[in-house]
Design a protein around this ligand. Sequence first.
Ligand code: ZN
Length: 215
Amino acid sequence: MNRLRPNPSLRHDIVQAVSRLKREGLLDGTGGALSMLGSTGISITAGGSARRFWRVGHRDVLEMNASGHLLKEAESRRRLPLGAGTHAMLYSLWPAARVVIHSHAGYAFLASAFGLSLTGEPPVRPMGQVPCLGTGLNRSIVTREDWDYQILPGQLRSFFESAATENRKASISFLEFEHGSYVVGTKLSTAITDLALLESGARVAVLRAQLNGNV
Ligand SMILES: [Zn+2]
């Protein structure tokens, strides 16, 4: 069996980051996950972390391989989050990526529920395009899992191909229709800042759409 040792320094960074994101209201109790790519694999918050309102310790960070499969750890009873495969896919789509934050919080979730892309809102302008992927498709024909693994990859691939070529890109962000936000970053601190910017940009987009009668 493929075994990797836990990466204590990434675990520490993830636990600290979760507590900061929670403090800032950038995570909520309905879902989400934070992962980081290290030299030995991907460390990711365990499934159910959101339901525990992000009271997350080192034992709640799991190790997985590049395909999104849990690496056995004798003492761990935790499971990978449902979106673990999406995180693994994002690292493969953008080799410079070192951190993925997926959140269900705030206005970014609302914007995703309304299918709003964030283009040109002042706070997100420096981040480039933040599209809402997965809109315009008939969701009733697929399960949640099919949606992530069969429908999103094609859209993600073409978005990342164009986004990754932009110069000096520190993060690539997108919304998933009815499923919140993702920030894929080269550095944890920048990814956290960009999630805050995205939340702010989403607030502008949602209020603007509301005032214009578009939602
Ligand atoms: Zn989610």
